[in-house]
Design a protein around this ligand. Structure first.
Ligand SMILES: O=C([O-])CC(=O)C(=O)O
Ligand SMILES: [Mg+2]
Length: 576
């Protein structure tokens, strides 16, 4: 049929897409109703379990559906932490926490916020890595949105199936490079889910504004293809035009459905796609690649902070990277950019202070022809060097950074070479999860006789050496993306600019105090993360306003206060 007398057109605030749909297009019949009784208890966003008050039990038809006792949220929290600590196997803690998130969302976030140092390694690296590997086996209820090749041509409709209308942040993966674990296909979903729970817990973005998405174009992981419990498409990865078309449809549909101001965070894509997607969409969409830009920003923050311990300026140091993928080249570029800002020297000059080693050895000019494009800027003049150890000896770096995704590459010889060259060698073993770390905290401290300044991507326990307690830093992008995203949201930024990343790094470095330096720390503790995130958000927002990229006008006077006032609180609300 045609529209006839009832011609349809897009109306203002047509959030349900009903006006815009032509008469022969099906629409989703959303309704909004007040939950009560049994359905209220089954709704994780509103459920309070035994903490429903007497008044609420009367008003909301809950009498008899709960045992008589009324608990406080604090007591519920105490009980759950006690239960969690009974589990010795990390994956059991993970599933218990996911069950809580599905049952009682505010209690889940209260636990996560109040016990962040204890629970971060469970909902995030390293345990989330194991969870993704076994996602099919531990699968209970779906979380997030799955967009596979089967949904080609229908992605906008799929987005409309998501129950929340006001989405502010999407974290999306295609599962091809999950942490340092490689291709986990559709089971990569654990990553967007975990990252977004940190957006809420660490950055205060409302849970309803967070949308985890996994794009399934197949997997080349034979083990998963043969796993009877695998949850994804049982085919090899689509590439080339087929891949690009699906992603383009996705990017277009997101903008169509949620508008200009939804932040799309790319996560754990393989190198080739990660750089391409960021370059392709950064001028038309609000996009951020956490593995390139988030990691770069957090590492730069650690470097800026470490100058207090190492001395000199950033420009005085020599940097050597093992790994020339998203993290390595992303960090290298941001360091060069920061030096340019500080000294006014051209970025090309600053890149020469930074050397990268990949699986074929030091990246040098004679290799330029055969290098992938994102490695080319780092091909400096030097004779070929095959191994990392020889590269350390030849380049004499003051700072060694591992972003290879391959564990155990910082051998005793490599670390000892760093120690013989430097009074205080700065060593960052950034690959995740813990099994992929280039070296452990213990190794870094013992092999340098306690002289190293050490940070890693996944957490390591404090370590005692020669009577002194060392607190290893966790140089993880979780310090940056939640506050960065909050800053983007509160300013209504419509694009991400590199200067906003630099602002985030500087804000994080500024949170490191004398007391932290005394313990050898170059990052503040995660226990202060909400305050840290508010400060990062304020600086990122300020930069967005300065660059004319902010759309939330007028600019709030005190951005730190404003950021804090926007942050989600996990405390139960009273229901009338
Ligand atoms: O998830 C993390 O811990 C850091 C990260 O983005 C990665 O390793 O890909
Ligand atoms: Mg990642």
């Amino acid at each position: 049929m045609n529209g006839g007398d009832y011609a349809v057109s897009g109306g203002v605030e047509d959030v349900y897409g009903e006006d815009a749909a032509s008469m022969d297009q099906p629409i989703t019949p959303w309704t909004v109703s007040v939950a009560s009784g049994y359905s209220l208890m089954r709704d994780p966003r509103h459920n309070k379990g035994l903490a429903f008050t007497e008044t609420e039990r009367d008003a909301h038809y809950l009498r008899g559906l709960l045992p008589p006792v009324v608990l406080s949220q604090e007591l519920q929290e105490k009980k759950l932490m006690h239960n969690l600590r009974q589990y010795q196997v990390p994956l059991q803690r993970y599933t218990a926490l996911m069950d809580l998130q599905e049952r009682n969302e505010r209690l889940f976030y209260k636990l996560l916020i109040d016990n962040v140092e204890e629970l971060l390694p469970v909902v995030y690296t390293p345990t989330v890595g194991e969870a993704c590997q076994k996602y099919g086996s531990i699968f209970r209820r779906p979380q997030g949105l799955y967009i596979s090749l089967k949904e080609k041509g229908k992605i906008l409709e799929v987005l409309k199936n998501w129950p929340e209308r006001s989405v502010q942040v999407i974290v999306v993966t295609d599962g091809e490079r999950i942490l340092g674990l490689g291709d986990l296909g559709c089971q990569g979903m654990g990553i967007p889910v975990g990252k977004l729970s940190l957006y809420t817990a660490l950055g205060g973005v409302r849970p309803s504004a967070c949308l985890p998405i996994t794009i399934d174009v197949g997997t080349n992981n034979e083990k998963l293809l043969n796993d009877e419990f695998y949850i994804g498409l049982r085919q090899r990865r689509a590439t080339g035009q087929e891949y690009a078309e699906l992603l383009h449809e996705f990017m277009t549909a997101v903008k169509q459905n949620y508008g200009e101001k939804v932040l799309i965070q790319f996560e754990d894509f393989a190198n080739h796609n990660a750089f391409e997607l960021l370059a392709r969409y950064s001028s038309s969409h609000l996009v951020f690649n956490d593995d390139i830009q988030g990691t770069a920003s957090v590492v730069l923050a650690g470097l800026l902070a470490s100058l207090r311990l190492l001395g000199g300026t950033l420009a005085d140091h020599r940097f050597l990277f093992l790994g020339a993928g998203e993290a390595g080249t992303g960090i290298a570029e941001l360091i060069a950019l920061e030096i340019s800002k500080q000294t006014g020297s051209p970025i090309e000059e600053n890149r020469k202070k930074i050397w990268l080693v990949d699986s074929k050895g030091l990246i040098v000019d004679s290799r330029k022809e055969s290098l992938q494009h994102f490695k080319k800027p780092w091909a400096h003049e030097h004779e070929p060097v095959k191994t990392l150890l020889d590269a350390v000896k030849a380049i004499k770096p003051t700072i060694l950074i591992g972003t290879s995704g391959v564990g155990k590459q910082f051998t005793k010889e490599v670390v000892e070479a760093m120690a013989s060259l430097n009074e205080k060698p700065l060593i960052m073993a950034l690959s995740n999860p813990t099994s992929q770390a280039e070296c452990t905290a213990e190794e870094a401290y013992t092999w340098t006789e306690g002289r190293a300044i050490f940070a890693s991507g996944s957490p390591f326990d404090t370590f005692e050496y020669d009577g002194k307690v060392f607190v290893p830093g966790q140089a993880n992008n979780a310090y940056i993306f939640p506050g960065f995203g909050l800053g983007v949201i509160i300013s209504g930024a419509i694009r991400v600019h590199d200067d906003m990343l630099l602002a985030a790094s500087e804000a994080l470095a500024a949170q490191v105090t004398e007391e932290h330096y005394e313990k050898g720390m170059i990052y503040p503790p995660f226990s202060d993360i909400r305050k840290i995130s508010a400060n990062i958000a304020a600086k990122v927002a300020a930069k967005a306003y300065e660059l004319g990229l902010a759309s939330h006008l007028p600019q709030p006077k005190d951005l730190v206060k404003y950021a804090e006032s926007c942050m989600y609180s996990p405390r139960y609300r009273t229901y009338r």
